[in-house]
Unconditional design. Structure first.
Length: 200
């Protein structure tokens, strides 16, 4: 499906998951550098409720159609999305979500959240640094007011995408006072003591 590779040119620098020559290690390095060598004291640690199972087919296809006009390719994607799932010995049609186990699923998931990446880069990057790996994302902010505004922006964008923020698992972390830090991509992150930073 080489036609789908056109989307790579649209993806933003904040996105690291399921992309050529991009890995989780690079996302972690971006966080480490921004937190410890920048002015980051607040982190918006975000969990999206059931992301992969709640992607709107109609909205996803609208985003795909902005770049792909080949009706045959669009028809194949529609069939993938509607492929359904097996639960035990019962078949269930898919009305939302991406195809389970499909080779194209990671790309479709990135296309969907690229809407967030684009909006953030164009209008809200002054609030903080967005780092995203698939549906795992954090926003690294200097001020609490920026972090609180970022939360409202995220909720608004998620609303347009018919997604919801999991308020039980999402949290606002104060790196200046909270020595516990935050977890991202299987690692624990926090600000290093001042004496550990080369520029000090």
């Amino acid at each position: 499906m080489s036609k789908m590779s056109v989307f790579e040119a649209d993806f933003k620098d904040c996105s690291f998951g399921f992309r050529p020559k991009r890995r989780a290690k690079q996302a972690i390095q971006r966080i480490h550098k921004t937190v410890n060598y920048g002015r980051v004291y607040w982190v918006v640690d975000v969990d999206i409720s059931g992301y992969f199972n709640n992607i709107s087919h109609d909205k996803l296809l609208t985003l795909v159609e902005q770049r792909i006009s080949d009706r045959r390719v669009l028809k194949i994607i529609r069939k993938w999305l509607k492929a359904g799932v097996m639960k035990g010995d019962q078949y269930e049609e898919s009305e939302i979500g991406r195809p389970q186990g499909g080779v194209i699923s990671p790309l479709l998931a990135n296309i969907y959240l690229n809407y967030l990446d684009t909006v953030w880069e164009k209008r809200f990057s002054h609030l903080g640094t967005l780092v995203r790996y698939a549906d795992d994302l954090v926003i690294l902010c200097e001020q609490k007011t920026h972090a609180l505004e970022a939360i409202q922006v995220l909720k608004a964008v998620f609303g347009k995408l018919e997604l919801t923020m999991n308020v039980d698992k999402s949290k606002l972390v104060n790196l200046w006072l909270d020595r516990e830090g935050f977890d991202f991509l299987g690692l624990h992150h926090r600000r290093l003591p001042k004496c550990s930073r080369a520029w000090d």
